[in-house]
Design a protein around this ligand. Structure first.
Ligand code: FES
Length: 107
C-alpha cells in the first residue's frame, strides 16, 4: 500500500498508508489529520482540502482538471503552481511516498 506524508502548517509530519484508489483527502480525514477540512466530502465543490504537492511528485500527480482549477481560484490560502485539491488525487502505486503540505488556511 502506498504511503502519504502530510506536513501540517506547524511543521508536524504524519505518514499514513493509503489504500489504492483512496483520495489523499480521504486518508487524511479517516486518520484525523488536522488542517484538511473537506467540507463537501470530496465533491470538488469546497476547496477546503487544499494541499501543495511536493515538487518531486508534481509530474506524477498531474495537474488539476477544469472544475478543480476553478475551485482552486477560490481557495482561502494562496494558490501556487503545485496547488491541488486533495480529494481529487487518487492513490496509486506510483505515488508511494507522496509528500503534501497542507495549506495554512482552508476556510
Ligand atoms: S473536499 Fe471539497 S473540494 Fe475537496
Amino acid at each position: 500500500m502506498p504511503d502519504i506524508t502530510y506536513i501540517s502548517p506547524d511543521g508536524t509530519s504524519t505518514t499514513l498508508e493509503a489504500r489504492l484508489g483512496d483520495s489523499v483527502m480521504e486518508v487524511a480525514v479517516k486518520h484525523g489529520v488536522e488542517g484538511i477540512v473537506a467540507e463537501c466530502g470530496g465533491a470538488c465543490s469546497c476547496a477546503t482540502c487544499h494541499v501543495y504537492v511536493d515538487e518531486a511528485f508534481t509530474d506524477r500527480v498531474g495537474g488539476a482538471g477544469d472544475l478543480e482549477d476553478d475551485m482552486l481560484d477560490g481557495a482561502a490560502a494562496e494558490r501556487l503552481p503545485n496547488s491541488r485539491l486533495s480529494c481529487q488525487i487518487k492513490m496509486r502505486d506510483e505515488l508511494d511516498g507522496l509528500l503534501v503540505r497542507i495549506a495554512p488556511e482552508q476556510l
